[in-house]
Design a binder for this molecule. Structure first.
Ligand SMILES: O=C(O)[C@@H](O)C(=O)CO
Ligand SMILES: [Mg+2]
Length: 273
């Protein structure tokens, strides 16, 4: 059965971040993911995980100056030293949180440059990050993101991400396949699950309804069908991993709004039990 992780950057928006761990556990989640842990001491986050019987399955490297619009450093020429510091910091947090995978956001195409001009920096940085992460027993993930949510994002397509994996050639460099972005950019999601999951190169999945990024049972994607595909691939030993629930609850920040919107999860659990 697909295993679902609560994305605490998006779910439970009515609660303070540190209180979202308990809320996720109360709703039956066994794992969590979030964007960035760095505003909190690692020991505080580790204590929340432990107190609530949760495991951390993913978080992101520091992305550069997020409030100024930066969305990752990995492909940015001239920012290599900062990228390396970001990797080291993330690995220290991963150690404290016992988190097996880290997402390295690519960043925006820099003014005056084309993607081709940035590809060498992207590959070099990923090679270095994967080497460091391998020593610590962690995976580095890259995620294609749709250019409507993040205009100018360097990595948009699944095939580009897999070409990058080919070029870097590190077994612990994997793709974070977010089905929400995949549907917006290229579609044909079930076929791509069947193509890419058995390669062993997809380290993590994420979901949300399309186009509004609300619950998976709202919008144009047929998630029960996709969960069936993932369930089949898991049952036949062709994939193993977590599905991050990375959506904005449609009820907004009302108390209990996230929990009230988990009907899709209960249905998925019943269908694949
Ligand atoms: O899809 C997303 O937005 C996230 O997975 C992420 O890491 C960057 O915002
Ligand atoms: Mg995502």
């Amino acid at each position: 059965m697909p295993r679902f992780a609560a994305n605490l950057s998006m779910l439970y928006p009515e609660l303070d971040f540190l209180d979202r761990f308990e809320a996720a556990a109360r709703d039956g989640f066994e794992a969590v993911e979030f964007l960035f842990p760095y505003a909190y001491p690692a020991h505080e986050l580790a204590a929340r995980l432990q107190a609530n019987g949760l495991r951390q399955v993913l978080f992101n490297l520091p992305p550069g100056q997020w409030d100024d619009g930066e969305r990752g450093l990995t492909a940015l020429p001239g920012r290599e030293a900062e990228f390396r510091e970001a990797v080291q910091l993330a690995l220290r947090y991963a150690d404290a949180l016992d988190c097996p995978r880290l997402h390295a956001m690519a960043g925006l195409v820099a003014p005056g440059l084309r993607r081709e001009d940035m590809q060498a920096t992207y590959l070099d940085n990923l090679r270095w990050a994967a080497e460091q992460a391998a020593r610590a027993g962690r995976d580095i993930l890259i995620e294609p993101i749709n250019p409507r949510d993040i205009p100018g994002f360097f990595l948009n397509r699944q095939d580009h991400a897999h070409q990058v994996l080919d070029a870097v050639g590190a077994p612990n460099l994997k793709v974070q396949m977010d089905l929400y972005h995949c549907q917006i950019v290229e579609g044909d999601v079930a076929t791509k699950l069947r193509r890419y999951l058995p390669t062993g190169r997809v380290g993590h999945l994420q979901i949300a309804g399309v186009p509004q990024r609300h619950e998976p049972d709202l919008g144009e994607l047929n998630h029960p069908y996709l969960f069936g595909v993932i369930d089949e691939l898991m049952a036949t030993g062709q994939w193993d991993g977590w599905i991050g629930c990375e959506y904005r609850p449609s009820r907004g920040a009302v108390p209990g709004g996230t929990s009230a919107g988990l009907g899709w999860l209960r249905a998925a659990q019943a269908a694949t039990a």
